[in-house]
Design a protein around this ligand. Structure first.
Ligand code: GUN
Length: 288
């Protein structure tokens, strides 16, 4: 039996629609959500991601303030830019596109972003709140994965969730979010002894490693929900996930495609965090 395909584009479109209504309401109160997008250098993938983020801001009525900096920018100049954006009341969110060019200290730059504007949710304040189960900015990609599960009626409570990958921006926060929803969570990584055996126990299998098709069909339990967070380019130039989609979809109950799954959701959740930040700065709450 072939799996239900989780349509990330559709879930993202629904999220954008809800946000557009929220933004309309905010504008009526004289508040325009603002997102500063900082791009340093000429990395082609980063340029593409930034263009997509700015385009989505435009479509939703979020004011996007673009800062395209040369790769010769110094650490001190970049820190000064972050300080200015932290102090700018028009800016509710600050996104510094990663990776930064060699020679710049990404950690120092990211940690300089005010916790109140950390819409990527990569800083210690956001990640600490996630672990403490306190409200805060949730990193966009794992948040998008949770919204896709929710949208297809997949409740993690009591289920065994396996997250392959322990990155700070996806694997670890995703494991925390699944735990928050009462899943029993296993995190696998490069030192995991028997990855296949671990994956085969997963009712919800999430892959966030960055290795093309490393999760093969025989690693998927019959009926599992498979969330593929990898974006990889094959030698033939094809974009594929971390999961062998064609084989996995024959065993999974639900599966996200790449492209068209986690990718569109990431940008939608960045917009969500920006609107959330604008609302919080006005003492209002956002809850969907
Ligand atoms: N580079 C790749 N993905 C991301 C992301 O989600 N946020 C930022 N800031 N940089 C990235």
């Amino acid at each position: 039996m072939s799996a239900v395909i989780i349509d990330g584009k559709k879930v993202a479109a629904e999220m954008r629609e809800k946000l557009a209504k929220e933004i309309e309401g905010l504008k009526a109160k004289g508040i325009t959500p603002g997102l500063a997008v900082v791009l340093v250098g000429e990395n082609p993938a980063s340029k593409k991601y930034v263009a997509s983020k700015e385009k989505t801001c435009g479509e939703l009525g979020i004011k996007s303030l673009g800062y395209k900096m040369p790769e010769t920018i110094s650490q001190a100049e970049l820190i000064k830019l972050i300080d200015d954006l932290n102090a700018n009341p028009e800016v509710h969110g600050i996104l510094v596109q990663l990776p930064l060019p060699k020679g710049l200290d990404s950690k120092a730059v990211m940690n300089r972003i005010s916790p109140a504007k950390d819409v990527d949710g990569f800083g210690p304040d956001a990640l600490g709140k996630l672990v403490l189960d306190e409200p805060g900015f949730v990193p966009c990609t794992p948040h998008g994965a949770m919204k896709m599960l929710e949208s297809y009626g997949i409740d993690p409570a009591g289920k065994h969730a396996v997250v392959v990958g322990r990155s700070i921006i996806v694997g670890k926060p995703l494991a925390m979010l699944l735990l928050r929803k009462n899943a029993t969570v296993t995190i696998c990584h490069s030192r995991t002894r028997d990855l296949k055996a671990e994956c085969l126990r997963a009712d919800i299998l999430c892959a966030a490693v960055g290795k093309a098709r490393m999760i093969t069909g025989d690693m998927v339990k019959e009926g599992a929900a498979v969330i593929d967070i990898g974006i990889n380019v094959t030698p033939e130039g094809k974009i594929v996930g971390d999961v062998d989609f064609d084989a996995a979809k024959e065993r999974a109950g639900h599966i996200t495609p790449v492209p068209g799954g986690a990718g569109p959701m990431t940008i939608a959740m960045l917009m969500y965090n920006t609107v959330l930040s604008a609302k919080m700065s006005a003492g209002l709450a956002l809850d969907f």
